[in-house]
Design a protein around this ligand. Structure first.
Ligand code: 8YV
Length: 321
């Protein structure tokens, strides 16, 4: 139909999401999922009314200023929006939306998986077994760290931090958290608030990162803060790689200061430092927090809901600019 708004989709999305977009819009999809460089993206955006992007597409001030006039709304298929210069978007008058809530559970599941797998030597055990190196049960072999009843520190007690705390309570963990503001008691659920992170770090047998990436949180977990953790502590990151100083993390793992790390995100994705790959006491995932069909569908539908609202003359429900 000629009058449908034109939507440019920069990456390959789940079939049900693409089907809904094709039903409602004049869509250009990216079936090969090849990444667009900035010039290609800007050329393809010419004449588009809306864009559906991912964090793989940087929306820096320069890119936003160069967006064609036709583009009125950009929906990012992510809850994180560190790839979007929101000031530039506001100045340019283009609306951006994100996909909060729908990935809380699956991301928290991966945080618990990383925590458990690191504590119980998941990578090492599996590698030995697959290599045919398991010779039978031995009472002192491959002993891990007990999780039940231990202390978990959460940095960033937003929606995903709270979902992780809920899961950890099922393991009788004592929850500590550091956040800009204290949560109301019904959300805190007995978790212990630390306005000063330096007071929380010494009581964290496990530390899980759940803050968004911003200028303030870049390298939040640095050498100085790692030094405040108990010896042998385990660090988990499902947020964004740069919230941890990766070089400092590697040094602390190499020295034995940290007992292990469970990482779903890295400073320079998709590059993973060779030092981490070589370590037995780290459990590594390739940015899989939201990677279930149910959640990726829900993220896609959320993008559609925001674009639909805009073209229906309504406020997009997840507007971030
Ligand atoms: C996705 C994410 O893997 O939502 C986010 O911010 O990091 C993840 O859910 C990413 O958006 C790519 O789809």
């Amino acid at each position: 139909m000629p009058n449908k708004p034109k939507v440019l989709v920069t990456r390959l999305l789940p079939p049900e999401v693409e089907a809904r977009l094709q039903r409602d819009y004049d869509v250009e999809l990216n079936p090969t999922d090849q990444l667009y460089d900035t010039e290609t993206l800007l050329a393809k955006a010419e004449g588009a009314d809306a864009l559906l992007i991912l964090p793989s597409e940087s929306m820096s001030a320069e890119v936003i200023q160069r967006l064609p006039e036709s583009v009125k709304i950009v929906a990012t298929f992510s809850v994180g929006f560190e790839h979007i210069d929101r000031e530039a978007a506001k100045q340019r008058g283009v609306i951006f939306s994100n996909t909060p809530e729908v990935l809380n559970d699956c991301t928290a599941d991966i945080a618990m998986m990383l925590l458990l797998a690191t504590a119980r030597r998941g990578h090492e055990c599996e590698a030995v077994l697959r290599a045919g190196g398991w010779t039978g049960m031995a009472p002192t072999w491959m002993l891990g760290t007990k999780v039940t009843g231990r202390r978990l520190g959460i940095v960033g007690m937003g929606r995903i931090g709270q979902a992780t705390a809920k899961r950890a309570r099922g393991f009788d963990m004592e929850i500590h958290y550091h956040n800009r503001t204290r949560l109301p008691a019904d959300l805190e659920q007995g978790a212990i608030y630390h306005a000063n992170a330096n007071e929380m770090l010494p009581v964290c047998d496990f530390l899980s990162m759940h803050c968004p990436l911003s200028a303030e949180t870049k390298h939040w977990l640095n050498a100085e803060r790692i030094a405040r953790l108990p010896d042998g502590a385990i660090v988990v990151n499902t947020a964004r790689g740069p919230v941890i100083d990766e070089a400092a993390l590697i040094a602390a793992l190499q020295s034995g200061k940290l007992g292990g790390a469970g990482l779903d995100v890295f400073e320079r994705e998709p590059q993973v430092p060779a030092e981490l790959i070589a370590m037995k006491n780290v459990f590594l995932m390739p940015h899989m927090g939201s990677a279930t069909l149910e959640t990726r569908n829900a993220m896609g539908f959320r993008c559609c809901d925001n674009i639909d609202a805009y073209f229906a003359g309504q406020e997009p429900p997840n507007r971030i600019t």
